[in-house]
Design a protein around this ligand. Sequence first.
Ligand code: N01
Length: 547
Amino acid sequence: MSLYSTEPVRFDAIIVGAGVGGLYAIHRLRKLGLRVRAFEAGGGVGGTWYWNRYPGCRCDVESLEYSYAFSDELQQEWHWPERYGTQPEILRYINHVADRFDLRRDIEFNTRVKEAVFDNRTDTWTIKTDKGKTATARYCIMATGNLSTPRKPNIAGLESFQGKWYHTGLWPHEGVDFTGLRVGVIGTGSSGVQSIPIIAKQAKHLYVFQRTANFSLPARNVPMPPDKERAHKADYPARRRAAYDTPFGIAGHPPPVKSALEATEEERRRAYEAKWTEGGSISFLYSYTDLLVNKESNDTASEFVRRKIRATVKDPKTAELLCPNDHPIGTKRLILDTEYYETYNRENVTLVDIRGNPIKEITPAGLRTADAEYALDAIVFATGFDAMTGAMKEIDIRAGLSIREKWEHGPRTYLGIMIAGFPNLFMITGPQSPGVKSQMILACEQHVDWIADCMQYLHAHGFSHIEAEQDAEDAWVRHNNEVADRTLYPLANSWYVGANIPGKPRVFMPYVGGVTAYKKKCDEVAANGYEGFRFGVSIEEQRFAAN
Ligand code: N01
């Protein structure tokens, strides 16, 4: 159903980003007969898995789940060697997908989109790239990712540092050998927690600069058991369908049946112990129905993990510093690790509390905190991302109003898919959708399928634009906040609320009403003729029709 055959419009759809969402969008929209063009800042496909090459990087969702569902042949033929995929393995898989479905021919690599402007006369988006190239299309799809804008803190003196520094989200492709070096890691989120045990094994000495302790559970990674893989693959279609009937888009975990407060202390201990032994974050949070909504219930799980930390880390002062005490467990991304807490028993590892003694400056020879100096040969910033809105705001997106203006006080979207005032601009897993609170590939597929169906609808009805209505957007933002406020999530200073970026408005960004409720809403909106959206025909096409 190609929409155009003449210049100046060159493509039906422009896709910004060739990570898991962008790649599936290319495939799906091509199947509709659309001419698509993707622009990707990286030199290859994979998005987050292309950039985050830090030691120890692996997915915290099991690999049989964290994979595309759109092709049964693909999911049957791919073999995942471990329970949780490593970054190199996942990147290999994504490259395989790009080759198998011949996706690269529609991607311009090493090309960053700098500007996207909508023309309501022609109902088209025109993008400009950092290579000076311009391209035009009816639809623009932002597949820019939620954790794709790495941020390092502004610490005075970094430019004077004589050693080397790195950000986990922009890791050198050739890898880094820390053997014999004095290394400082700043940050103890997922990236820090995964990389610290590996760096500790190489470094002469590792200093971990911790501002806030996070909860982490053992991943219990193992080589993929052949019988598990066989059983999963035999049941793949049903499992994929079942995933949509779960809060996090991940099947295979029996839903909890009672509150933590309905269990005795001994029952709770046994339940948490079983989950701790089994490994995995979703299964742990599934121990009871109310761990994410009732503080008292949550306290029982939080305290269980604190006890584990104290039992693992030999130095009591270090153990106490590692015990999270400022947020309920699960309200920040619950981390999965391999020997994280054990690493602090090594002679060559020192935990530095920078909450009590903040970093003052980086010096030519290392780093100075309020009370001490640390000689360092290398610094690793595991300091995270300008999450959920950063990538979109880096692009000058305008349809009259700009996105930067529209989102000045935080993101506003309808379903996390479209934005009032920005016709024909779609987002894959945008803010106020469950993306980051679910199995990300499932979330991408659901959005792309919805967007593809919507484009077919537009085509079938002769419309050239679709736009979210202001009322629908307002109601969705309100609903998003109400749902979040019924949970414990807002209690944490997390990137979910933009707390990690100084000056970023504090707004709860992901949708936490669960995948099931969200997908139902999206399906209902579509079934009701795209309720909450308005459609139209461009001025130019109206004029053309009138003549
Ligand atoms: O980033 P983070 P991340 N001075 O924002 C600290 C996904 N992911 O890259 O908490 C000192 O979580 C900051 O301290 P504080 C996953 O969704 C998934 O680790 O702000 N410290 C915090 O400790 C994850 O949640 C996987 O006080 C500073 C750390 O840096 C998300 O990506 C693997 C600081 C940042 O933690 C982000 O994870 C990796 C400063 N000025 C990532 N600024 C898997 O699938 C920040 N910090 C397994």
